[in-house]
Design a protein around this ligand. Structure first.
Ligand SMILES: Cc1cc2nc3c(=O)[nH]c(=O)nc-3n(C[C@H](O)[C@H](O)[C@H](O)COP(=O)(O)O)c2cc1C
Length: 347
């Protein structure tokens, strides 16, 4: 391209700094960036992907979110972008001369808000404004509203979150990324802390017990799953972002749509909270049924059938992420734990 921009070290650092603030499943930040003269290549980090993630779908969604932040930041600098997807990476090139609104000012304000939301339904015009904010993306945006439908989704999420907490490999993966001490959090700088999950520091011993699967009749996988899912019922709406293709490019596009919609929602004073269990386990049951013990198959078949009855239009697409959307009752502190830039640069 004639007006392709040369990437200086300073520009590269600015852009990947913005990328690193993107949402990622379990705050794994599964991205790495390589600077070329005229482009930035984005890869998946093999050491920070989730071991049970089906086809690395959540890593690709997260990488898509990071790519979108690069695009927004570049746009603020007056640069247009072009993204090309390869089998296991994406390449972004930049050119001069763009006159476009950028959502970049919202990058460092966007956060996962796990607090309670107002349960008043968001009106049609707000939902259509949110959908329009990602009209240029190759991804689907589907809304669920109304008490009955929210209740149905809440039950589906609870059933699948139960499997996440009950099935040993999934449970282990979840607790492996929860940082039980400040020291561990500081050392790793990826993963989740009790604080960002909305728990007080005193909850650490309880989490330690749960990590060792010391369940009792009060704290058991079903009770926990029901508790976690219950907030979905208080949403202003639920959004499902779907991918048009079940491959890395499709999931990166869905991740870009998720991040862009999130930045736009943030600019409107709305909060978002992703729920991963439903898209993850429905997809995993589809692609790798053998990875689930027989005892979960009935639950999975039942939830799959309920899901596609509610979302018949999704039969031709692939659910990538489910988002609780609404007006927050409380602001939430920004989860600013991120790995230093040096560790996300590929030489
Ligand atoms: C694909 C994906 C799945 C996620 N799933 C969940 C989830 O199931 N529950 C949850 O509380 N947060 C979930 N999150 C939110 C991440 O934990 C959050 O983005 C990460 O910790 C970084 O924090 P931030 O969004 O506040 O910057 C998910 C995020 C992504 C991108």
């Amino acid at each position: 391209m004639e007006n392709t921009v040369i990437i200086s070290n300073e520009l590269f650092k600015n852009l990947i700094g913005a990328a690193s603030l993107a949402a990622s499943a379990d705050n794994m930040q599964p991205w790495e960036f390589k600077k070329h003269n005229h482009s930035i290549e984005v890869f998946m980090s093999n050491s920070r992907k989730l071991p049970t993630d089906v086809s690395d779908m959540f890593s690709w969604v997260s990488i898509g979110a990071a790519i979108q932040n690069i695009i927004e930041k570049a746009s603020l600098e007056g640069l247009a972008t072009n993204v090309k997807y390869q089998e296991s990476s994406a390449t972004i090139t930049f050119s001069d001369g763009i006159d476009k609104d950028s959502l970049s000012p919202w990058i460092d304000k966007r956060t996962t808000n796990r607090s309670d939301y107002d349960d008043k339904p968001l009106d049609e015009s707000t939902l259509s404004e949110l959908s329009s904010s990602v009209h240029d993306m190759h991804a689907g945006v589907h809304w669920v509203a109304g008490k009955e439908n929210l209740k149905a989704i809440t039950e589906m999420d609870a059933s699948l979150s139960f499997i996440r907490l009950d099935h040993e490999p999934f449970h282990k993966e979840l607790f492996d990324i929860i940082r039980l001490s400040e020291e561990e959090l500081e050392e790793k700088r990826f993963g989740l802390s009790p604080k960002v999950l909305g728990m007080p520091p005193e909850a650490a011993p309880l989490l330690q017990l749960l990590k060792s699967r010391a369940f009792d009749e009060n704290i058991n996988p079903l009770a926990m799953a029901n508790g976690l899912a219950s907030k979905l019922q208080e949403a202003g709406a639920i959004c499902i972002i779907s991918s048009k293709n079940s491959n890395p490019a499709g999931y990166m596009e869905a991740g870009r749509a998720m991040e862009k919609l999130w930045l736009f929602a943030t600019s409107k004073g709305l909060s978002l909270h992703p729920y991963g269990a439903l898209p993850q386990y429905l997809t995993k049951f589809e692609k790798e049924p053998h990875t689930f013990p027989e005892k979960y198959h009935e639950i999975l078949r039942e939830q799959k059938s309920k899901f596609y009855t509610l979302f018949s239009e999704l039969k031709e697409e692939y659910p990538a992420i489910l988002l609780r959307v609404g007006k927050p009752k409380d602001q939430t502190p920004k989860n600013d734990i991120r790995i230093g830039l040096k560790k996300i640069i590929r030489e």
